[in-house]
Design a protein around this ligand. Structure first.
Ligand SMILES: *Cc1c(COP(=O)(O)O)cnc(C)c1O
Length: 431
């Protein structure tokens, strides 16, 4: 047996894959068996290369194996791999928190570390509820979120989520949330509705939670940044917290460092993960204002009794610190702005491809809808996926939505190749 066959056999016997129906996987899937990655390319065990069209689930914003990231990780591993943040600190956590606050939306002055996007949001939810509990508004325990939202997979954040197939089995178990349609946010009448909702629920709402500007998992759905301004105003007027889930959008995915920057909106809580370590290690942060931080001071019972074992992990923190420095030293955002224009131009043309009903782009995101209903469970995107694999690109779809979210640092010729493969694959899949 060659290496590929051996690994696939072990995998199919033992590994339960995320977001995967396993019987079909076992029968039919021919998974990529990846042995290495550099820049925007993945290499399989047979030496074939694939352009990483989604930056490995939206994380590898600096490409794979950035030499400074690898060097920082090696040096940190030699010095200190892990200690807890209980009663101690270390250079990576302290330096990272300071640097992150310096780059964060204004007013986000304190950093709580965790391991992944879901926990970053989960921590934010608990902070909001506990804040109100001990600061005079204990009835505020509900959340308002957007239809189609995705905030992760733990039970708490599943309640916020609006992707129906993901929530259905847990109906009844989930926290009570109010969902509103993002498409409505820009419209005056809907804003009236939202305003009335927030006003009437002001006694029960702990926070509004949203993915600013783009709902990624819902199918790269964009909405008008002006809606953010309006939601911010409503939250301020009724003194409800605004939690910005920048897990996907942060670190320049949509252009500026934060998607909230499109509307100069300052959240009360900002959640960061995915690009935080540029796809190297699981690491996340929840940033808060002075007001929220101070709401936990005083009596011992007011403390935030929450903390994952690996929070502030030195390896992750050191890498995350290096990532911020690379953003600065290599002008990552400035250079990505030029690439974003190529993506915008290409996706405008993709409107003419067979079977395509709509296209859109924002920053380093380009997406198109195929003419098929069925949403997340649609097979249409998977036909394009197969075609793209054969042509050397990994273009995992979201149902009938085919998209690219490449590393922000993708080389121009790689980006051109990725766009060409996408177009050719859509054409071939339509035949
Ligand atoms: C991926 C994602 C999450 C969850 O992050 P995990 O690290 O997968 O737990 C939360 N919010 C958004 C917007 C995401 O894209």
């Amino acid at each position: 047996m060659d290496t590929r066959e051996r690994l696939v056999a072990l995998d199919k016997q033992y590994v339960w894959h995320p977001y995967t129906e396993m019987s079909r996987y076992r029968e039919r899937a021919q998974p990529l068996v990846i042995a290495g990655a550099r820049g925007s390319r993945l290499y399989d065990v047979d030496g074939r290369s694939y352009l990483d069209g989604n930056a490995s689930w939206w994380t590898a914003l600096l490409g794979h194996g950035h030499p400074r990231v690898v060097a920082a990780l090696k040096a940190q591993a030699e010095a200190l791999c892990h200690v807890s943040l209980a009663g101690m600190t270390h250079e990576p956590a302290a330096e990272l928190a300071a640097e992150l606050v310096a780059r964060a939306p204004e007013g986000q002055n304190h950093v709580f570390f965790s391991d992944n996007g879901s926990t970053a949001i989960e921590a934010a939810m608990k902070m909001a509820v506990q804040y109100w509990y001990q600061n005079g508004r204990p009835s505020r325990r509900r959340f308002l979120a957007l239809e189609g939202a995705f905030h992760g997979d733990t039970i708490g954040v599943t309640a916020l989520g609006g992707v129906e197939v993901f929530r259905r089995p847990f109906a009844g178990l989930l926290l009570d949330c109010v969902h509103v349609a993002p498409s409505d946010l820009g419209a005056t009448r809907a804003l009236d509705t939202l305003e009335r909702l927030i006003a009437s629920e002001a006694d029960t709402l702990a926070a509004v939670v949203l993915e600013p500007c783009v709902q990624a998992a819902a199918g790269m759905r964009l909405y008008d940044p002006r809606a953010l301004t309006q939601v911010r105003e409503l939250c301020t007027r009724h003194d409800v917290f605004l939690i910005a889930d920048e897990v996907f959008t942060g670190y320049g995915r949509t252009g500026p460092m934060w998607a909230c920057d499109h509307a100069a909106v300052r959240p009360d809580i900002t959640c960061v993960a995915k690009g935080f370590t540029a796809g190297t290690l699981p690491m996340a942060a929840t940033l808060v204002t002075d007001r929220i931080f101070e709401g936990f001071l005083g009596e011992k019972s007011r403390a935030f009794y929450y903390g994952h074992t690996f929070c502030g992990n030195p390896l992750g923190a050191r890498v995350a610190l290096e990532v911020l420095r690379i953003y600065r030293d290599e002008q990552v955002l400035e250079k990505a702005a030029v690439k974003a224009q190529r993506i915008a131009a290409a996706f405008a043309e993709f409107r003419e491809l067979p079977g395509v009903t709509r296209t859109r782009s924002l920053g380093m995101i380009g997406a198109l809808d195929l003419d098929e209903t069925g949403g997340y469970l649609s097979e249409a995107g998977w036909r394009v996926y197969e075609q793209a694999l054969a042509r050397g690109a990994y273009l995992r779809p979201l149902g009938n939505v085919v998209y690219i979210t490449p590393p922000l640092t993708i080389a121009d010729q790689d980006l051109d190749e990725l766009l060409e493969i996408l177009a050719a694959s859509v054409r071939a899949a339509a035949d």
